[in-house]
Design a binder for this molecule. Structure first.
Ligand code: LMR
Length: 425
């Protein structure tokens, strides 16, 4: 029997040694190159440009006034304390309990009853993206017929996340291109017209890409209307601290919804406000009716995480719990967040003033009216292409300028280039 099988195999390989090779080479023949990511693709193009004048205001990543990435002093100190004391064991599927505990306080409030009552199902996530993706998968699994309402515009990756989780997407009005501010009336109409019990994605603060947030009063109206319509609010809070310089103030939208008794979901990220971009650390929380429900929801979130990445990485989580559980380090962090936010606010003023000094006939007031890391400039894709091709200035084609990449050294050059490409507009 064995010798018969061996003979058959010899026969196959003698007859057609090219056969196997041909069939293997066809496995990926139908794979086309993926389109470039509209945000991270900009960084790739920037890195490939040899020009000494090049400027990257594409990706939302904080730079100091010399254009250099920043490691916060509180993070350095936490690392000094951790070094040599950290083991390399797995974290539980839900991540670091201590980090999650501290993170919930930032969103729900230091003395939140909801935390005390254990009503929040929360797991460590792979930064804000991972938190959104976990939630989208959870939504699909337990509310399979639901859709998600997404603001226009939004962070481009939100579309990818809910698409890959196979949750149908609808949009709601948000930005008004003429006022370059909030289209509040249309936003409220869309909330009212959505079927009762719809899921909405809201940016808690420092809206990406527009830098336009509702006022406190408007948040109250939104929350009220969500109550009337029994909608579910999922907050993406990727920039807590970057809007006002104070993480507590930046959580106001969420606190308003909590005061009104909503059961919300929330994605938190430490990429920006702790500068832990590459550590991929954040948190997903889902507020439940009671502790029993929270236990069930958390167990399901963990079960979604298990086949995806098993459990989250430990180093960033340890940095965060070290900082947030030590009052001195936490204070240092709060000061450093404010320094970052203030530098960006200063650059907004500088960019606007430079454009006005150049005699631009356009209004640039929105640069200082908008908040957070981004300025939604109003530049057209063609004007952005000119900035890149003629001036080596890199930004996303929707005209979003990452103010975090603007410095005392490049703001004049940037203003001059913007003035040149908008002169005839
Ligand atoms: C951005 O919007 O630039 C950042 O959130 C980075 C990213 O992953 O897109």
């Amino acid at each position: 029997m064995a010798s018969k099988t061996a003979a058959i195999c010899r026969g196959i390989s003698r007859r057609s040694s090219g056969f196997g090779v041909r069939s293997m080479s066809s496995w990926w023949r139908n794979v086309e190159p993926a389109p470039k990511d509209p945000i991270l693709g900009v960084t790739e193009a920037f890195l490939a440009d040899p020009s000494p004048n090049k400027v990257n205001v594409g990706v939302g990543a904080y730079r100091d006034d010399n254009g250099k990435p920043v490691v916060l002093e509180c993070v350095r100190e936490a690392e000094r304390r951790i070094i040599g004391n950290q083991n390399m064991e797995y974290l539980p599927m839900g991540g670091s309990v201590k980090m999650v505990e501290e993170t919930l306080k930032l969103a729900y409030g230091e003395n939140s009853d909801l935390i005390k009552e254990k009503r929040i199902a929360a797991v460590q996530a792979l930064s804000g993206t991972g938190a959104c993706r976990l939630f989208a998968d959870f939504q699909k699994r337990f509310r399979p017929d639901s859709q998600i309402y997404i603001p226009v515009p939004t962070w481009a990756n939100h579309h990818n996340i809910w698409r890959d989780a196979q949750v149908p997407q609808r949009t709601f009005h948000y930005y008004h291109p003429v006022s370059k501010g909030l289209d509040f009336a249309s936003l409220m109409d869309d909330i009212k017209n959505a079927p009762n019990g719809s899921f909405f994605l809201l940016h808690a603060c420092a809206h990406n890409p527009t830098g336009v947030d509702p006022t406190e009063e408007q948040w109250r109206e939104i929350s009220y209307q969500f109550k009337v319509k029994d909608h579910f609010a999922f907050f993406d809070m990727a920039y807590q601290g970057f809007a006002s310089g104070d993480p507590e103030r930046d959580a106001k939208s969420i606190r308003i919804f909590l005061e009104d008794g909503h059961l919300i979901g929330c994605a938190q990220s430490y990429a920006k406000n702790m500068g832990l971009y590459g550590q991929r650390v954040g948190c997903l929380s889902v507020l439940c009716e009671d502790e029993k429900q929270a236990v069930a929801v958390k167990s399901q979130l963990q079960q979604i995480a298990r086949p995806m990445y098993s459990n989250p990485p430990s180093h960033g989580a340890l940095i965060i719990s070290t900082i947030l559980s030590d009052p001195d380090l936490k204070n240092l962090w709060l000061k450093e967040v404010k320094v970052m936010a203030d530098r960006i606010i200063g650059m907004r003023t500088a960019l606007q003033e430079n454009l006005e000094r150049l005699g631009s006939s356009l209004s640039w007031e929105h640069i200082t009216n908008q908040i957070g890391m981004f300025c939604y400039s109003g530049l057209t894709p063609e004007q952005v292409d000119r900035l890149t091709n003629e001036f080596h200035i890199y930004l996303t084609r929707n005209g979003r300028i990452s103010m975090a990449g603007v410095t005392t050294g490049n703001v004049g050059y940037l203003a001059n280039a913007i003035h040149e490409v908008t002169k005839s507009a």
